[in-house]
Design a protein around this ligand. Structure first.
Ligand SMILES: [Zn+2]
Length: 283
């Protein structure tokens, strides 16, 4: 009944997923008035003893650094008259590539002064401490790498790179951050073949990279503990990774301010902010 690796990539990215309610022994912790979340001793012990850890992070982790999510709260984000889902869609690449670039240039600009938060830095430390550790993220902002995490599996790509439409060559956009707008070429042209480039992110209606997803699924399948942090659990196929871990016998811990569609898949849900809870875990 658990999702297997074989059918993980069965739907286009970012389709909404409503999880069937599954039996579980989920335990919730409420935030106390001092915002200190009680974490069970057995959980602390389990986290301390783990040898192979898989972590999946989502927008909530970035939001704690001030990265806008452009979704939720009941209000739809509109940019130059286009809803967020339209300007961020695969169809726009063909319809108006320059507008897509302007949208992602704007979003990169918002990130310029944002810093990793304690969730990012704690996970970077875990990467150096655990024998086997894999960090997969749905976030495109590069904050995990900025905190010192290595080999991050960026399931939805990165806002800091451009990718050639013809030959898939990549180019970093970090350097051009220092150039002024008038020197930016939009769309940028591939240095290998001369074709136009696009932002190296997974847009609505697109599939995730098979290679990246496969590596994440492999890590999820082989872990003792799987953490699902700051993700609503409604976005597939990333959310399926938690199910793969669970199906392979891992203990699945969710950290999120609210319960989510994934809560019933998890063995334990710790309700609260990742930046406050992760530093409390003994690793
Ligand atoms: Zn090219």
């Amino acid at each position: 009944m658990w999702r297997s690796r074989a059918n993980l990539q069965s739907r286009p990215c970012l389709t909404l997923y409503y999880n069937a309610l599954l039996p579980s022994a989920t335990i919730c912790f409420a935030l106390s008035t001092v915002e200190k979340v009680a974490i069970k001793e057995s959980t602390l012990e389990r986290v301390h003893r783990a040898r192979s850890v898989f972590v999946l992070t989502g927008a909530g982790v970035s939001a704690e650094s001030g990265v806008p999510t452009f979704r939720g709260g009941g209000g739809a984000t509109v940019w130059k008259g286009m809803p967020f889902e339209v300007i961020s869609s695969a169809a726009m690449i063909e319809r108006d590539l320059v507008a897509v670039w302007e949208w992602f240039d704007y979003r990169r600009e918002l990130l310029r002064n944002l810093k990793p938060n304690p969730a990012h830095t704690t996970l970077a430390r875990w990467g150096r401490k655990y024998e086997r550790f894999t960090l997969a993220t749905q976030n495109i902002d590069g904050l995990h790498a900025a905190a010192g995490s290595e080999n991050v599996l960026e399931l939805h790509g990165t806002i800091w790179k451009a990718r050639c439409l013809r030959c898939d060559a990549r180019k970093s956009l970090r350097r051009e951050e220092r150039a002024d707008d008038s020197r930016r070429e939009r769309p940028p042209l591939c240095e290998v073949c001369g074709e136009a480039m696009r932002p190296d992110v997974v847009l609505f209606g697109e599939m995730l990279s098979d290679k990246v997803l496969e590596r994440a699924a492999e890590a999820a399948e082989g872990c003792d503990i799987c953490f699902v942090i700051g993700t609503s659990g409604v976005v597939y196929p990333a959310a399926g990774l938690a199910e793969i871990a669970k199906g392979a016998g891992a203990f699945v811990i969710e950290i999120n301010p609210e319960r989510t569609a994934l809560s019933d898949v998890c063995d334990e849900t710790i309700q609260g902010r990742a930046g406050e809870i992760l530093p409390q875990l003994r690793v």
